[in-house]
Design a protein around this ligand. Structure first.
Ligand SMILES: [Zn+2]
Length: 345
């Protein structure tokens, strides 16, 4: 994986490139991605650049022995830790137990979803965890010198899945890192990462994929996104134009989704969109996870609705979702929702 293969996230890429170029590499970084958002490819491109023996034009060469090993995920100084669970006769599994399944997944689908990892590992609905045995085995590995004499790296996918003993063991390593060792962690829920680990990491927000990239790597998710974005866009435009009849047509569109999972997915989309509108209104667009191509869209919406709109609308969406689960008449439910939104916009 080279920097030039990374989709979007140019500012993170240039920050990582700069660290290697200046030799100022933080000993621990925490990348926050939305599930499937591609933090691992970013980490791998960084590692390939870090280890590359003939960097050129700000990227790895992809041909030297180091690049070759990183790209096959077999570099002896790069360790991967990810959540696992017992399987068959394996009693205390570690990531090592599943390393070939891990490699196979990452090499075939670098922009993978968390549940695709568990499927690939064959965990069959068991919850993956990172147990203390994992942290201990890492401690052993790091007590040895790097095999190839350079940096040693530890990639932790989902540190929030560590149990408390594992987290404390890892914390000790992050607090007093062995020389030339870099910890790269990828989280979906930074608030669940042990605070003391979080506070020792340089934090990086991996921005959601653009629509075009989403279409490329997760076509199914893109189709759902499109459908939700269309309905939400029509609804907001009609509300802002004070056009109740058109707004009510979106209520019909929601009824027409028929499938309740799809309706729930729309509610989730709408809640996130309302949160973005709220943050833009508060001048906090930078933490709203808005992709570059959508920033104008959200600025326009934020400028067209009352400052109280998002908060009140969220209450109505929550209420509608609860009622949806109680099987109330959908036509009445969605019409009522749109009417309420029309009043507060
Ligand atoms: Zn190279």
């Amino acid at each position: 994986m080279r920097f030039s293969d990374i989709k979007g996230n140019s500012s993170i890429v240039s920050a990582l490139r700069g660290m290697v170029d200046t030799g100022r590499i933080p000993h621990a970084m925490l990348f926050h991605e939305n599930d499937g958002g591609g933090a691992l490819p970013i980490v791998l491109a960084f590692l390939q650049y870090l280890y590359c023996r003939s960097r050129q034009d700000g990227d790895s060469c992809s041909e030297c022995p180091s690049c070759n090993k990183i790209s096959k995920l077999i570099h002896p100084d790069v360790h991967f830790i990810f959540p696992v669970a017992g399987k068959g006769s394996v009693d205390k599994p570690t990531s090592e137990t599943f390393i070939s399944e891990w490699r196979e997944l990452i090499l075939s689908k670098p922009y993978f979803f968390e549940n695709q990892l568990y499927d690939a590992l064959g965990l069959e609905n068991k919850q993956g965890v990172i147990a203390v045995s994992e942290a201990k085995s890492l401690l052993d590995k790091l007590s040895l010198f790097g095999v190839e004499g350079g940096y040693r790296s530890v990639v932790v996918y989902l540190p929030e899945k560590m149990n408390i003993q594992a987290a404390n063991t890892l914390l000790k390593m992050v607090e007093e890192p062995p020389e030339n060792t870099v910890f790269l962690m990828i989280t979906h829920e930074p608030e669940k990462v042990l605070k003391t680990i979080y506070s020792r990491c340089l934090f990086m927000r991996v921005l959601p994929l653009s629509r075009e990239d989403l279409k490329d790597v997760h076509p199914e998710q893109d189709a759902e996104y499109s459908e939700n974005a269309d309905i939400f866009g029509d609804l907001m435009n009609a509300l802002i134009a004070r056009d109740l009849l058109t707004a009510l047509e979106t209520a019909d569109a929601l009824v027409d989704l028929k499938n309740r999972e799809k309706q729930k997915s729309f509610f989730k989309f709408a809640s996130e969109a309302l949160r973005k509108i709220f943050l833009v209104q508060q001048g906090l667009a930078s933490i709203a996870d808005i992709s570059e191509e959508e920033s104008e869209y959200y600025s326009r919406l934020a400028g067209s609705v009352k400052r109280s709109f998002s908060r009140n609308a969220l209450t109505y969406f929550d209420r509608a979702q609860t009622l949806l689960e109680r099987n109330v008449n959908q036509k009445i439910l969605f019409t009522d929702l749109v009417n309420r939104l029309y009043v507060i916009v």
